[in-house]
Design a protein around this ligand. Structure first.
Ligand code: ATP
Ligand code: MG
Length: 340
């Protein structure tokens, strides 16, 4: 696979001394959907802004399509599209005016702008609303328009910083469907940050978890989940009165069982090294031999949330809530500044 993005030993120290990115390296293949996950202040937006040439790195070798981003900024601008964490839409203008402005920013001709704006607005299902002021758009429409604007010059690589943050589940799904479509129909490379682990799990080919400016883990979602440990089987028995410890040691001797522990409500928690589905039949056979009945059994696979927790030490949910409140406050401040 050809490499679209190469980042080697990226460091960014802001003027105030904050070391936002501290020696980050990763490569993204052409046509890949690559996710950057991490808590607030981890360095995600800083990394994106450096890659599209909006911020200067302190150190590092950075290439887009093999081209050094510091030596050839104009080429990088043509090859990349960017939708920022806070939408760049001017709500005093219509959708059409916003996207036209963006086309001019890329020095496209009037004709090119008309053709491409029509194409992307239709794709994002906004064409019918193009003449309406964006102040009348919903949050999901604004985000779609923002991504459409990032596509006006047909970039090969699209950078999306939190494209779905704060949107409802259906709208988030719609945005991800577009992202998937851009990859399959236009072979676009997509670099995305998100706070929603389930989305990253389903849509990203690979994800990197960044914390305190450093990459803590990088792999496919499946490999990351497999890497933090096996499946967990919860099983409840009846007919074992007095034989609990014998049962526990027999389960512990089943192949691939790593640990067996009774929980407070009498359910046993069995951690296995292989796929749990393969161990469950063995548990049933063992119980038959011992004359014990299984009342209930359930299986939990490690999720990307578990991976995130494992590497950053805190759950994503707390982070998302803080983040949404924070974003809302910023949004309200923006409106207040414009006298709304
Ligand atoms: N312009 C700036 N000047 C100084 N420090 C900054 C600046 N922008 C960001 N930082 C700091 O750099 C660190 C990384 O910030 P960044 O915005 O890259 O994080 P992030 O991972 O995108 O976080 P979030 O999830 O909140 O968007 C933080 O400590 C932040 O306060
Ligand atoms: Mg950010």
């Amino acid at each position: 696979m050809q490499t679209a993005i190469e980042v080697n030993d990226l460091v960014k120290v802001y003027k105030n001394g904050v070391r936002a990115v501290d020696g980050v390296s990763f490569h993204v293949g052409r046509g890949e959907i690559f996710g950057l996950l991490g808590p607030n202040g981890a360095g995600k937006s800083t990394t994106i802004k450096i890659l599209i040439g909006l911020l200067d790195p302190t150190a590092g070798d950075l290439r887009i399509n093999g081209v050094d981003i510091r030596r050839h900024p104009a080429e990088i601008k043509r090859a990349t599209g960017y939708a920022a964490q806070e939408t760049a839409i001017d709500d005093r203008l219509t959708g059409w005016e916003n996207i036209t402005l963006q086309g001019r920013f890329y020095h496209l001709s009037g004709r090119e702008i008309r053709v491409r704006a029509t194409e992307v607005l239709e794709m994002f299902n906004l064409y019918d609303r193009r003449k309406h002021l964006t102040a009348t758009y919903s949050g999901g429409m604004l985000k779609r328009l923002d991504i459409a604007c990032a596509l006006i010059h047909r970039p090969q690589i699209l950078f999306l910083d939190e494209p779905t943050l704060g949107l409802d589940v259906q709208t988030r799904q719609v945005i991800w469907d577009y992202v998937e479509q851009l990859r399959t129909e236009h072979e676009m490379t997509i670099f995305v940050t998100t706070h929603y682990m389930e989305e990253a799990d389903v849509l990203c080919d690979r994800v990197a978890i960044i914390d305190n400016g450093e990459i803590a883990a990088l792999d496919t979602p499946d490999a990351l989940k497999a890497g933090i440990g096996g499946d967990v089987i919860y099983v409840r028995f009846s007919g074992i009165d007095g034989n609990e410890s014998a049962l526990q040691s027999r389960i512990g001797a089943v192949s691939h069982v790593r640990q067996v522990k009774p929980t407070a409500d009498g359910t046993y928690r069995v951690i296995v090294e292989q796929a749990g589905e393969e161990t469950i039949p063995q548990l049933f056979m063992l119980c038959e031999q011992l004359g014990v009945t299984i009342d209930a059994v359930s299986l939990k696979k490690p999720s990307l949330d578990d991976v995130y927790l494992h590497f950053t030490g805190h759950a994503m949910r707390d982070d998302t809530e803080n983040h949404e409140a924070h974003m809302k406050a910023r949004f309200m401040r923006g409106r207040a500044r414009r006298g709304k």
